[in-house]
Design a protein around this ligand. Structure first.
Ligand code: SF4
Length: 391
């Protein structure tokens, strides 16, 4: 069996309060979260992303990573950077693990969006400490929206100074984010900031960054509600698994789609099941057009020629014709500028649905705990018991 690309959602507990994600209101019950026994049943993976919620809320994260290294060549953990001591301790034990800290803008913007007290300084201090200890694989992740788009290039420049990776995303709606109302309002302004970043990336000497430029070009295409630049093959060679052991195609669907449950079944049983095939058929006609690194990175490897020719074209134009990248190479952006398509029409193409009720993907027991307390209270008490004060 060929190696897969997997994302392990180890918990739905989160101590941040991001404006674009309501997951912190819908935490999982710790007792139900994916166990080491279930992790041992996962297949071989060429890339594994460990995410949450906030993965470092789990006190046994080191044990999880140790198990995952038995089946994965490369592991990257996405975190809000709050649990500095745990992050540093884990990186000391696993010097090859990648760490991506979400920083949503410069200090003021980040703290407003993330809702973590002193979140910027804390995340930044964690990053600095990792750089100082020469941890080789460290980076920022930023979810670009109206509020923080002007910080995009300054943050990229900051990451350059620190010698770090810089990953971008934009607003998505799905059960995973417990959100249906995310939308970009000033598309031209946001796209302009992406254009500036793309030109910085294309100007660099690193081929990896030229391909990042293509990814960001795809983000402009996404925020204008267009068809994905590359086919989505989630559930064919890529999977997500949630804290309850449910194997899913991705985290972008409106409602949770389940291929099988790894607590109860073997991997092979799930992967070759009729239920998995039914999910794959849905993926083939999915019109959500997400552009998140989890679904785009495998597609960029698989359909390499498309980003490759895009990069060659733009390097050629830049080098021989002194022509920079322009967002107006996308027809929809020209049409919007020229008044051929309105904001209302573009809004309808997005996945924003102001009337949608969101399925948060929680188990019955996890939902029941919300009858007595809010998700914020549950998590605050939880991490207080672990010796941390959040909000
Ligand atoms: S476009 Fe792909 S990643 Fe997005 S919801 Fe559809 S199947 Fe999932």
């Amino acid at each position: 069996m060929k190696k897969l690309n997997g994302t392990i959602i180890v918990t739905y507990r989160c101590n941040a309060r991001c404006t674009m994600c309501n997951r912190y209101k819908a935490p999982s019950l710790p007792e139900e979260e994916i166990s080491l026994d279930t992790i041992r049943k996962l297949p071989r993976m060429y890339f594994t992303n460990v995410t949450g919620g906030e993965p470092f809320i789990r006190t046994d994260l080191k044990d999880i990573i140790r198990e995952l290294y038995k089946k994965s060549d490369r592991i990257v953990i996405s975190t809000n950077g709050f649990f500095t001591d745990r992050i540093i301790a884990l990186c000391k034990e696993f010097p090859r693990v990648g760490i991506r800290i979400s920083i949503e803008g410069l200090e003021k913007t980040n703290n407003e969006i993330r809702g973590l007290p002193d979140g910027f300084n804390r995340g930044y201090a964690t990053l600095k400490e990792l750089v100082d200890m020469k941890h080789p694989d460290v980076g920022f992740g930023m979810t670009v929206q109206d509020k923080n788009a002007p910080d995009l290039v300054p943050l990229y420049q900051e990451s350059e100074k620190l010698g770090m990776e810089f990953a971008t995303a934009s607003l998505h709606n799905s059960f995973y984010f417990v959100e249906a109302k995310n939308i970009i309002h000033d598309r031209l302004m946001v796209a302009q900031n992406f254009e500036n970043l793309i030109n910085e990336l294309l100007n660099s000497k690193s081929p990896k960054k030229w391909f990042r430029a293509y990814f960001n070009h795809g983000l402009i295409n996404y925020i204008f509600g267009q068809k994905r630049l590359l086919q989505c093959d989630m559930s064919f060679d890529t999977f997500f698994i949630d804290p309850y052991g449910d194997v899913m195609p991705c985290n972008g669907t409106k409602d949770k789609e389940v291929m099988g449950n790894l607590n109860k079944q073997s991997w092979d049983e799930i992967w070759s099941s009729k239920q998995a095939d039914a999910v794959r058929r849905k993926v083939r006609c999915c019109d959500r057009n997400c552009w998140m690194i989890g679904s785009v990175s495998p597609a960029m490897h698989k359909y390499f020629y498309k980003p490759f020719f895009w990069v060659i074209k733009h390097k050629f134009l830049r080098f021989f014709k002194k022509k920079k990248y322009s967002m107006y190479e996308l027809k929809v952006v020209r049409d919007y500028r020229d008044g051929k398509i309105s904001k209302e029409e573009l809004d309808k193409l997005s996945t924003c649905d102001l009337t949608a009720s969101v399925n948060n993907g929680l188990s019955t027991a996890s939902k029941e705990q919300l009858n007595k307390k809010s998700g914020e209270e549950i998590v605050a008490e939880d991490i207080k018991g672990q010796g941390y004060i959040s909000k």
